[in-house]
Design a protein around this ligand. Structure first.
Ligand SMILES: C[C@H](O)[C@H](O)[C@H]1CNC2=NC(N)=NC(=O)C2=N1
Length: 113
């Protein structure tokens, strides 16, 4: 599934390890999301986004937060003056679910020109 198809999906509640993606599914989904990589022993995906200044960084954080609340799926964020690291993992699954990839693609869509 490419990034646009992913971004057009909506998160649904996924609870329980039966919703965890296997390694091959993760590899295929990651291939469509440039700059994203595995973290936390394969239980999360992460990307660090760079911005010119704090205002732009904060604008990005607010946009990601708004989207995350709409999807009821929430990232770990770590930010500084000109960057924000976004990490997705599904706590209710104990690893990666499709929700993490949908939200990663939605973050990319936020930044598309
Ligand atoms: C009830 C609600 O849907 C759940 O608690 C959601 C909220 N946001 C979430 N966000 C993330 N990243 N993982 C979850 O398992 C999760 N669960």
């Amino acid at each position: 599934m490419n990034s646009t198809d992913l971004a057009n999906q909506h998160c649904v509640p996924r609870k329980g390890s039966e919703h965890a993606l296997d390694a091959a599914q993760v590899r295929d989904l990651l291939a469509g999301l440039p700059g994203w990589s595995l973290a936390s022993e394969g239980k999360a995906i992460v990307k660090d986004f760079r911005f010119e200044d704090f205002h732009r960084t904060l604008g990005f954080i607010n946009a990601v937060g708004f989207m995350a609340n709409r999807q009821d799926h929430h990232p770990d964020l770590e930010a500084g003056y000109g960057h924000c690291q976004v990490l997705w993992s599904t706590h209710d699954v104990g690893g990666l679910s499709l929700n993490d990839f949908i939200c990663a693609a939605k973050v990319e869509a936020l930044l598309a020109h």
